[in-house]
Ligand binder design. Structure first.
Ligand code: ADP
Ligand code: ZN
Ligand code: ZN
Length: 726
């Protein structure tokens, strides 16, 4: 029997640099899950398109225990890109394949769809004059939709605001019927619209026409905040759907609100599905399967949805392409934008990267002609960009860092019935708990970092490891009881503002308040109420929200970004400032922006105050060029952690010697990481720089194969194209 068995390659989770070879009675198509034994355990594996090991003795190979799918569940393009990712990011071979699957499929659940609730039009419903239903606006609206669509899923109708009760009422009137079906058939996208597309501005039209829908056509859509980038995406998607192809839209981690989703659902009759980390495992599984069967025309998702199989994909959009959440910061440290480019290239389809503040990498790619550079320099609704001014904090009286001058202006805007945004990028009450007598500051026991004081919970919390401690009443250093909070976070800002503007509604956005999508949505709803209000928040506010009635944006604190040693700190500061400023004056009323700073003369601010993000970016690119940092060179960081500082440092020293011997790369370090101790581990890093991408991989691949990742006492990893050095 054994002679007839075939060798097959299976990706199995574990520290393996390639696929493992098993036996099966027939050749297995790539992309099929199976159960295999690994040592004493039975684990899930995925068949892959790699040559099996022909050297291994047949007698030693184990048979596949059970095949879980009758058809591949990962498409060819995903399988190819996964192999590429594991080589490029120098990670365990199997990681990308498993990353591509939702959790339930990773753990062996079947890939079947649950029954879907379908709503269809009856003959009576087809012929009814919907104005007869005018007594119920909603019933009439549903019927208008259904007379166009004839059949729709209940979840699609939910997305349009038509719930089951409403459908049931119309079922009673025999205008609609419902059924529960399992549908495995793909739908064909039509590009039919519910709501007419907007008349494009000249700039938008030019941008749209530039996108070649028939081939790989990478475009950087650089449009000021409020310039109508989304409208360009929508109309490009419409073209794509009209050709019967599907579209994938990536959004930042916290950018996918129900508002964003409904913008797509309101426009297109074709089904849209969302994929993000806030969904239950089950919901995500269902959405993924629908997408992979071709039952949705538009797939909107966060980072990992770039690896969703989508038949006949015709367009990829990466919204807010500069956003940090596209880079995964643990295990497989991939960048979803870069994978999106790779995928679009492999499929020979267009890709739009959109942002008001593009990453330096993308600007560089546009300037050397690798990307088409599409510009939207005017706001779409004719409103103008708000003037930005600085407030010199050295000359101001202030309360918890909130200046008198800003307070006056806030009052002015509130008096006119407008809303105000106050931005500070620090959650919690205060960044420090300190002693006024001797200057002692509460530090985390496990990290090289100060504790953040959270007053509402009466605790100090470390934002790096989550460690919590009661704030001491007596100073451990001088034994005085003169301890208090120093500095300002959003919690304290809210307290200060409530004192200064009693009676004005305050709406806070930070990870403590808007910790889930639902809570986020509740906060957003509050901003839609009439009358003056103050919105206080962290960078959550910067993510593309459209606050119609905000006329003043006050930036409480941005100085942190000026002096950080991190690779991208300045770039991020400029992006944040520009994005947050862009929330002002988006409606009919004119807006303004005030920036509090202790360093008003810092030249970094100059172009930003004129809304000239481009000049700001160009000067940062010049710095990068001088130091041969990306995008003018290639960079990897090797980070090493250990409970014993010398072990981590020595391990990196050893690697540094080897790397220097190759004479192909520049090596800096070992250096202590910017956060030199976290959760009790000492952290060191090694920077590896070179001029040729292939050299980087040539020298790092053997390292990756030679050293075990998690040896006793020392663990290490390689981060290719790191987004920060923390
Ligand atoms: P961005 O994504 O560039 O910040 P949005 O797409 O959110 O901008 O558009 C900002 C506002 O301008 C929205 O209210 C949108 O409806 C409106 N808008 C976009 N394009 C047009 C257009 N061509 N004509 C009129 N209004 C438009
Ligand atoms: Zn003290
Ligand atoms: Zn800590």
């Amino acid at each position: 029997m054994k002679q007839q068995m075939q060798r097959v390659s299976i990706a199995v989770q574990g520290p393996f640099n390639g696929a493992l070879t098993y036996l099966h009675e027939s050749v297995l198509a790539p992309g099929i899950r199976c159960e295999v034994s690994l040592g004493p355990r039975t684990v899930i594996g995925i068949s892959v398109n790699e040559p099996p090991d022909e050297q291994l003795d047949l007698a030693k190979l184990k048979p596949i225990k059970r095949v879980l799918d009758d058809k591949p569940i990962l498409s060819e393009d995903i399988l190819t890109i996964s192999v590429w990712m594991s080589r490029y990011y120098l990670h365990e071979f199997s990681s990308p394949f498993f990353l591509a699957l939702p959790k339930l499929l990773r753990t062996g659940k079947s890939a079947e769809l649950k029954k879907t609730r379908w709503v269809s039009l009856t003959t009576q419903g087809q012929h009814i004059d919907t104005t007869q239903l005018a007594r119920s606006v909603k019933q009439q609206a549903v019927m208008v939709v259904m007379q166009k669509q004839r059949k729709a899923t209940q979840s699609h109708l939910n997305g349009l605001g038509f719930n089951t009760a409403l459908v049931a009422a119309l079922e009673k009137k025999q205008l609609l019927t419902t059924s529960e079906e399992v549908n495995l058939e793909p739908i064909k996208p039509t590009g039919e619209l519910f709501e007419a597309a907007l008349q494009l501005t000249g700039e938008q039209l030019q941008a749209l026409e530039h996108i070649n829908m028939d081939q790989y056509s990478p475009c950087l859509l650089e449009g000021v905040t409020g310039s109508g980038k989304t409208e360009v995406y929508l109309q490009a998607i419409e073209k794509c759907l009209k050709e019967g192809k599907r579209a994938l839209v990536l959004v930042p981690e916290i950018g996918l609100t129900p508002q964003t989703l409904s913008r797509f659902q309101k426009r297109f009759q074709d089904d849209t599905v969302a994929l993000h980390s806030g969904m239950t495992d089950n919901a995500r599984h269902q959405a993924w399967v629908k997408a992979s069967l071709g039952q949705a025309a538009i797939i909107i998702g966060t980072r990992s949805s770039i690896l969703t199989p989508i038949p006949n994909l015709g367009l990829i959009v990466v919204d807010e392409e500069h956003d940090g959440s596209y880079k995964q910061q643990d295990t497989l440290r991939y960048h979803a934008r870069d994978i999106a480019l790779k995928r679009a290239h492999a499929l020979n389809i267009p890709i739009i990267l959109g942002s008001a503040t593009p990453s330096l990498e993308s600007l560089h790619n546009a300037s050397i002609g690798r990307f088409a550079h599409l510009l939207l320099e005017q706001r779409a609704n004719g409103s103008s960009l708000p003037p930005i001014e600085t407030i010199d904090m050295r000359k101001q009286k202030h309360q918890a860092g909130f200046s008198e001058r800003l307070a006056l202006r806030v009052q002015m805007h509130l008096d006119e019935g407008n809303q105000v945004i106050l931005f500070l990028n620090r959650r919690g009450y205060a960044p420090n708990w300190f002693c006024k007598t001797c200057g002692w500051i509460a530090d985390c026991t496990f990290c090289d970092a100060h504790m953040t004081h959270h007053r509402a919970q009466r605790t100090n919390i470390c934002h790096h490891c989550g460690h919590r401690e009661a704030p001491p009443r007596q100073c451990p250093n001088c034994h005085e009881t003169t301890l208090e909070a120093m500095g300002t976070g959003t919690e304290r800002a809210e307290e200060t503002i409530a004192q200064l503007f009693p009676g004005t509604p305050i709406i806070r956005f930070d990870r403590d308040i808007a910790s889930t999508r639902i809570k986020m949505e509740q906060q957003l709803k509050l901003t839609e109420q009439d009358g003056p209000a103050i919105i206080i928040g962290t960078q959550m506010l910067a993510k593309g929200h459209h606050f119609e009635r905000v006329t003043l944006v006050g930036i409480w604190d941005i100085d942190g970004g000026l002096f950080s040693a991190d690779l991208r700190a300045r770039e991020r500061m400029g992006q944040l400032l520009t994005q947050v400023a862009g929330r002002s004056g988006r409606g009919e009323r004119r807006g303004e922006v005030l920036v509090q700073t202790w360093y008003p003369d810092n030249p970094v601010f100059e172009p930003l105050l004129k809304h000239d993000y481009r000049s700001f970016a160009v000067s940062l690119l010049e710095d990068r060029k001088r130091s041969q940092l990306p995008p003018f060179g290639f960079l990897a960081v090797i980070r090493c952690d250990s409970a014993f500082a010398n072990l981590a440092e020595n391990r990196l020293q050893e690697m540094a010697h080897y790397l220097l011997d190759t004479k192909k790369v520049r090596v800096l370090g070992p250096l202590p990481a910017l956060l030199s101790r976290r959760a009790g581990k000492h952290r060191y890093m090694l920077l590896v720089q070179c001029q040729k991408r292939s050299h980087l991989h040539e020298v790092l691949t053997p390292l990756h194969r030679h050293y075990p990742r998690d040896a006793k006492q020392v663990s290490w990893h390689i981060d290719i194209d790191p987004s920060d050095l923390a």
